[in-house]
Design a protein around this ligand. Structure first.
Ligand code: C2O
Ligand code: CU
Ligand code: CU
Length: 554
């Protein structure tokens, strides 16, 4: 106990010193990164591409009513269909969120992105498997009044994906001010299930925001806010405060997205009803999973079967974020004890039964078929590609470096049409837990010495792990991956026990929450397309600080 106390005190007092010494070079590095991004001329429509669906997508400032009284300035996506099925675009009335984009597997899609902001932007199709040049990599960022044309075929299976900005170092700010939307892909396998649809299929986009006395969004760029992630003090669903869903007494399909920049939710129904999960980021599970609660980190999606049959007219049910611990550094907690501290218990939205109906669809026992890979199918069964997380007071890094364009470790060059085993782990403290597993030679080189060239060695093994250790939602562009294993090393078991039952490992993912001390092994295919595919923390403040890298698929 006393050791713990003095350690914390030591860090508090020394952080100013660390900032002065160690911080400066990294801040400069980050600015180089921004200038290091090439400027390309925006892609134009290709005459040989015959789209089934074509629409214009606009990013522009707008004013929307969120609070009583004065409207709030936002940045918003809007869209206009040029050709294709009428149900391709659905506006969410009165919301700053962009329209729901519905696509079908196999469709050829052309999108004209018009930047009507006063700053650069680019849009990324989070979760879609598209060519590298169509993926919204920050190198394709366009200036105000420019148009960027995307053309791709929908290769994904059914699932809910996201579109959001990805300009280097501006992503969090643009998402926070409203630029985000969902892309729902449908396919025949899913259609055969006849899951609840139309008015019975509801998007639930969960975000947190902070408003000033003038009803305007507040986004602070203080170093500490960026290190911990920025947290609002109000929860919005589909852009609305105190969201209430009026339902009939039957089964619904809730398509849930955590669209927050940093906040992690532990979703649970307030009356103890378990959550029935039918899908995650990469689409349907093979079979439903019934969970007491589900963790949902920024960028993650959840497909929920919510059956309100048998409930009486007027009855209510609330989706809450239940209490959990360990996601933020203990130091961070002290500064994020506001009215909506992450990990505290608070409501997210309420469901009210307003209509009694007599029949309801039944939950299918078999949902889909997933083509799983074995470790022996990977190109590197004994040598996982490392994704090393390192944390200190001034920077959150992946594989020891801040983002820089055209900067690759050898193991970040991947042969196209291969399947790779990867291991995501915390690099600090070297030698503990999973680091002692057979990890292959890559991992050895990722120790503290390499991570911190600049005299931060004191934060390493000597302290048995970083005091800045926190949870990171790690996202990989391109194809969805499968989770092979999760393991936690000693020291944080009590915290881990507050979240561990809430992970869904039985579906395809593109974002995985990695808790402090946790090691996650994944298998990811790199098929069809060469080029740059990013991997980064989907805590968007971390992403913007450079907790992001590229894989070069060659
Ligand atoms: Cu949702 Cu590279 O991001
Ligand atoms: Cu993505
Ligand atoms: Cu992070």
């Amino acid at each position: 106990m006393s050791t713990h106390y003095s350690r914390r005190r030591f860090l508090t007092h020394s952080s100013v010193g660390l900032l002065a010494f160690a911080g400066l070079p990294r801040v400069l590095q980050a600015m180089e990164g921004m200038h290091g991004m090439p400027k390309l001329s925006p892609n134009k429509a290709s005459p040989n591409f015959k789209p089934d669906v074509e629409f214009e997508l606009f990013c522009k400032p707008d004013w929307v009513s969120i609070l009583q009284g004065k409207k709030t300035w936002v940045q918003k996506y809007s869209a206009r269909l040029l050709q294709g099925p009428k149900d391709t675009l659905t506006d969410i009335a009165g919301s700053y969120l962009g329209p729901i984009i519905r696509l079908k597997k196999g469709q050829k899609v052309r999108i004209h992105l018009h930047n009507e902001l006063i700053q650069p932007t680019v849009t990324h199709w989070h979760g879609l498997h598209v060519p590298a040049e169509m993926d919204g990599h920050p190198q394709y960022t366009i200036e105000p009044n420019e148009t960027l044309v995307y053309e791709f075929e929908v290769l994904n299976r059914a699932g809910m994906n996201i579109y959001h900005p990805h300009p280097h170092e501006l992503t969090a700010r643009q998402v926070y001010h409203g630029l985000a939307g969902t892309i729902i892909v449908n396919d025949d396998e899913e259609a055969a299930l006849e899951l609840p649809s139309g008015e019975y299929e509801i998007p639930i986009v969960i975000q947190d925001r902070r408003f000033d006395g003038d009803n305007q969004l507040v986004y602070a760029g203080h170093m500490r806010d960026r290190m911990m992630g920025y947290y609002g003090d109000r929860v919005l669903v589909n852009g609305k405060l105190d969201f209430q869903l009026d339902v009939a007494s039957r089964a619904y399909r809730l398509r849930v997205l955590n669209g927050s920049t940093a906040r992690i939710y532990k979703l649970a129904w307030d009356d103890g009803t378990p959550i029935t999960v039918i899908g995650v980021d990469g689409g349907l599970l093979e079979k439903p999973e019934v969970k007491p609660y589900v963790m949902l980190a920024p960028g993650e999606r959840l497909d929920v079967w919510a059956d309100f049959s048998g409930r009486s007219e007027g009855s209510q049910l609330t989706m809450r974020s239940a209490a959990f611990s360990g996601a933020l550094p203990k130091m961070g907690m002290m500064h994020h004890g506001g009215s909506l501290a992450m990990g505290s218990d608070y409501p997210i939205f309420t469901v009210k039964v307003t209509r009694i109906v007599s029949d309801s669809p039944k939950l299918p026992t078999q949902l889909s078929k997933i083509n799983w890979y074995n470790v022996s199918d990977t190109a590197n069964p004994n040598k996982p590609i490392p994704i090393a997380i390192s944390e200190d007071h001034m920077a959150m890094l992946l594989n020891g470096r801040l983002y820089q364009f055209n900067d690759f470790h050898d193991f970040e060059r991947i042969k196209v049409n291969t399947i790779q085993l990867m291991e995501i782990f915390h690099a600090h403290g070297g030698g503990h837990g999973a680091a002692s597993q057979e990890g292959g030679e890559h991992r050895g080189g990722m120790g503290m010495g390499m991570m911190h060239r600049g005299g931060m060695g004191m934060m390493g093994g000597g302290m048995g792990g970083s005091m800045m250790a926190m949870a990171h939602p790690i996202h990989l562009h391109g194809q969805q991956f499968q989770i092979v294993s999760r393991s936690v090393s000693a020291g944080t078991e009590a915290d881990y026990a507050t979240v561990s039952e809430g992970f869904i490992n039985s579906g395809l993912k593109d974002t995985v929450l990695v808790m402090p001390n946790e090691t996650v092994r994944i298998i990811k295919p790199f098929q069809d397309f060469k080029g740059l595919f990013m991997y980064h923390c989907h805590n968007l403040e971390h992403e913007d600080m450079g907790m992001m890298r590229d894989f070069s698929v060659e």
